[in-house]
Design a protein around this ligand. Structure first.
Ligand SMILES: [Zn+2]
Length: 74
């Protein structure tokens, strides 16, 4: 049975001064070729514009102004 690591990322748009929390998950099996990162839930103020199997290359923007946000570990 696949075990997924679930955690939260803090989102913040400096331009609009809004914050939110995204629920994300990835595989925790070290033998997998990639972690299969995915955003499971994201506030309405933010949107995933580029999905990726890696957290580092997943792109999330602020819906209000289109600014790329840099998620931080919550
Ligand atoms: Zn914004």
């Amino acid at each position: 049975m696949a075990a997924r690591d679930r955690f939260e990322l803090a989102l913040h748009c400096k331009a609009c001064n809004i914050s939110g929390t995204a629920d994300v998950s990835e595989e925790d099996h070290p033998w997998m070729r990639h972690p299969g990162f995915g955003v499971d839930s994201i506030p309405d103020d933010f949107r995933v514009t580029k999905a990726s199997n890696y957290r580092q290359t997943t792109e999330i923007i602020c819906v209000r102004c289109g600014t790329l946000v840099h998620p931080q570990a919550a």
